[in-house]
Design a protein. Structure first.
Length: 277
């Protein structure tokens, strides 16, 4: 089955904050959507809004995964946020289990929602071709997950999203009152939920070019000016900033490749405009 024959059927592995927003948008465009949750706690509420939701627990046996309806969809979007707290390092294994199951299923295309956190340890401008700093376990694990997807024998793409903002994720709530933020002159590497969904929908389109892409807005100004505006938008006291001479990691993620290849027009390209709405 080539890309032009892929029907409007999508499976979303991980129907959380971003996955749910994607599911709702696809449903509004008449897609057949099957979405999964790690537990069965919220399946009923998803069904009530028209989402065909099923439980998918990881880790699980290959046979159990193969029986899951999500693997009967020709396009699978993996929306599982990587969690590295408390020494957990099972993210890459979970992604690999999904890919190996998809390899033997009806899936023709996999899209992995990754993160620009994969550039941790790098400074200056970074893009999809930047050599990664594998010294950190987090970067090594993210890379292992991406490599699993890139090993898929059919179509595959990776969308590395920068910090997500949007409904219930207002940047004015990203810091505690009285806490001094560091690196005030750093560039902003953020993206609104609407644009993350928009980029994913661009990759879902039948003739979308496959590849690795960064998803990041072109927000003007610095970290200091942005978070001061974010606090003001919520009527909060603006944060203070500390300048640490040892903190040299000022990274700017380049998102030109996605803009040019996918032709996507951002809704909130300058997030300062969104904060003022």
């Amino acid at each position: 089955m080539n890309s032009s024959m892929i029907t409007k059927k999508v499976g979303i592995v991980g129907c959380g904050w971003l996955g749910l927003s994607l599911a709702k948008s696809l449903l509004s465009k008449q897609y057949d959507v099957v979405a999964t949750k790690q537990s069965d706690e919220h399946l009923t509420s998803l069904a009530e809004i028209g989402i065909s939701a099923v439980q998918l627990s990881l880790p699980n046996s290959h046979d159990a995964l193969m029986e899951n309806p999500v693997f009967k969809q020709p396009i699978i979007v993996i929306c599982i946020p990587p969690k590295f707290k408390q020494g957990k390092r099972d993210y890459a294994k979970h992604i690999d289990a999904i890919v190996q199951t998809a390899e033997k299923s009806a899936a023709q295309r996999i899209i992995l929602v990754s993160t620009t956190g994969i550039y941790n340890g790098l400074t200056g401008k970074v893009d999809e071709n930047s050599s990664l700093n594998m010294a950190a376990d987090k970067v090594a694990d993210l890379n292992a997950a991406e490599q699993s997807v890139l090993s898929f024998s059919r179509e595959k793409s990776i969308l590395r999203l920068s910090g997500l903002v949007g409904p219930k994720r207002h940047p004015g709530r990203f810091f505690k009152a009285g806490r001094a933020l560091s690196n005030p002159n750093a560039k902003l590497n953020l993206i609104h939920q609407c644009d993350a969904v928009g980029l994913l929908e661009s990759l879902i389109q039948a003739n979308a070019p496959m590849g690795v892409y960064n998803g990041v807005s072109q927000t003007l100004g610095t970290k200091a000016s942005f978070y001061q505006l974010a606090a003001q938008a919520l009527g909060q006291t603006p944060p203070s900033f500390s300048v640490d001479a040892d903190e040299m990691e000022n990274r700017e993620v380049n998102g030109d490749k996605a803009r040019q290849a996918l032709g996507y027009q951002f809704i909130y390209d300058d997030l300062n405009v969104w904060l003022r709405e």
